[in-house]
Design a protein around this ligand. Structure first.
Ligand code: NAD
Length: 505
């Protein structure tokens, strides 16, 4: 196991017993080297952890929300102090280039700041009552235990989006991270434990089990999903996972927040600033080696500019520097594992069969890193939006399509089963407004003159259709982590019934 990983984990406060001698072998996608052997939890461990979380909930829900915010503020301080170490660990374990690893931790810090402010603004409405001497209001109250299932590609930020809000809302969290990225999860949990210890040492009454981490496979995840004490299951990952998790939570009338796959498109119209569009598409399609839920997977360009735009993109694509994500200058890191590379090759073969003309897409750096899976980003000129184009392949493949009318472009954009992110590049205000209108993009995110990826935490994040319908992060996404009660208070000496109903004896 690499000394660098060990040093980082130690600096982040993770004891070596947490990542040595266990059954879950962790490999760095950078070179395929083993960087951990993590002990795994069982389904019974998960059930016991949920019981501890439920006990913690009974206490935490009585702590005033601004005081709960103080814990999240301290956690944000720990993240600031350890930003570079945690970011480097994200690069080593998930293969993100340095600035994207740092960006991921910055996102955690930002959501903590957001949640601290929110802890003084968890407000409901006062509503005019139709009855004299009555007041009607709604309150948002703590919901209960929140279960968090996260994906490999945002191994720590997605947990922070959920937990920072859940904690200020009064909900303890139980986290099952991706089995591909347990080390970053261990480090994040260690930083949280440190913040909690500081909070308790400062005299705040807080239970111990406000955040628990359980590493394991599907059985551990299923124990979380099926437990009626888990009031909200927030699950981020593939649509396949959402299809398994959603109905199970629904069967017990639990609440589910699903953040699933995307198949995001950019429309480029004749009036667009092509320089801007090229930059937006390149980062969107190939940044993070195509492994973002918001990655641009489809380009829909007007027939008068398609060929020129695609030729420019193809030239720029061929120049993107592929290599170790922790070496300066490289923009494209590795795919997470061989499975991801094989899925990419399968998709490219299908695209060829369906009439696509493929540039790039092969294996890169195989001699230097025989145990790792670097891919040359691919661009595929498609004759039509065939089946493979409608499918999310989690790899750097950009399909290009032509359109004649904007109506046709929007129809193509909306024709896929996923509905996460979308964008239009145009300098025509009518086109821009139509795109973000009710007759425009059907996605949860619709942008103008910026790409599909790289959302800010201030907005609500999520998408429609097979993306799952959940919203996380900013705006009023916090409401998913609370239960709403409507209260009517009678301060008169009468008891008038609503709607004028009489019931006098
Ligand atoms: P994945 O679906 O393979 O795994 C995600 C998580 O679900 C893991 O923790 C996994 O252990 C767990 N899981 C899988 N099956 C389960 C089950 N039956 N019960 C309980 N838990 C289960 O996804 P991945 O490969 O880690 O991530 C890539 C996918 O995630 C892509 O489809 C991507 O679009 C999506 N994603 C979506 C968002 C979003 O916000 N919409 C964000 C990041 C990633």
């Amino acid at each position: 196991m690499s000394k660098q990983t060990q040093d980082l984990l130690s600096a982040l406060g993770v004891p070596s017993s947490a990542y040595t001698g266990g059954s879950l072998i962790v490999r760095s996608p950078i070179d395929g080297a083993q960087i951990g052997a993590v002990p795994e939890a069982s389904a019974a461990d998960m059930t016991a952890a949920i019981a501890r979380a439920q006990a913690a909930f009974l206490q935490w829900r009585t702590v005033p929300a601004p005081k709960r915010g103080e814990l999240v503020r301290l956690f944000g301080e720990e993240l600031r102090a350890h930003k570079m170490d945690l970011a480097r660990l994200v690069s080593l374990e998930a293969g993100k280039v340095t600035s994207e690893g740092e960006g991921e931790v910055q996102e955690m810090i930002d959501i903590c700041d957001f949640a601290v402010g929110l802890s003084r603004q968890l407000h409901g409405l006062t509503i005019a009552s139709e009855r004299p001497g009555h007041r009607m209001m709604e309150q948002y109250l703590p919901l209960g235990v929140v279960g968090i299932i996260s994906a490999f590609n945002f191994p720590v930020a997605v947990w922070a989006w959920n937990s920072a809000l859940a904690l200020v809302c009064g909900d303890p969290c139980v986290w099952k991270p991706s089995e591909k990225t347990p080390l970053t999860a261990l480090a994040t949990q260690a930083l949280f434990d440190k913040a909690l210890a500081r909070y308790q040492a400062a005299g705040h009454a807080a239970p111990d089990h406000l955040s628990q981490l359980l590493i394991g496979g599907a059985a551990v995840g299923e124990a979380l999903v099926d437990d009626a004490r888990v009031a909200l299951v927030s699950a981020t990952g593939s649509t396949r996972m959402g299809r398994a998790v959603g109905p199970r939570v629904a069967a017990r009338f639990g609440r589910c927040l699903l953040e699933l796959g995307g198949n995001n498109a950019i429309i480029v119209t004749p009036s667009a600033d092509l320089d801007l569009a090229v930059r937006g598409i390149l980062f969107g399609a190939y940044g993070t080696a195509g492994q973002r839920c918001t990655t641009t997977r489809r380009l829909i360009a007007h027939e008068t500019i398609h060929d020129e735009l695609v030729a420019r993109l193809d030239r720029a694509r061929a120049q993107l520097k592929i290599g170790s994500p922790i070496e300066a200058g490289n923009l494209i890191g590795p795919l997470i594992d061989q499975g991801a590379f094989d899925a990419m090759q399968k998709a490219l073969a299908a695209a060829r069969e369906q009439g696509g003309e493929v540039s790039g897409g092969g294996r890169a750096l195989a001699e230097q890193y025989p145990e790792a899976w670097y891919a040359v980003p691919a661009l595929v000129r498609m004759p039509a939006q065939t089946e493979i184009v409608k499918h999310e392949t989690f790899a750097p493949i950009l399909y290009t399509l032509k359109y004649k009318s904007l109506g046709e472009a929007i129809a193509l954009q909306n024709e896929v089963p996923q509905g996460l992110s979308s964008a239009i590049f145009t300098n025509d205000i009518r086109e821009a407004e139509l795109f973000v209108s009710a007759s425009g993009s059907d996605c949860g995110i619709a942008n103008v003159n910026i790409g599909t990826s790289g959302a800010e935490i201030g907005g609500a994040f999520g998408g429609e259709k097979e993306t799952g319908g959940g919203r996380e992060s900013g705006s009023d996404a916090w409401k998913a982590y609370m239960r709403r009660t409507t209260n009517t208070v009678n301060y008169s000496r009468e008891l008038p019934l609503a709607q004028g109903v009489k019931f006098d004896v």
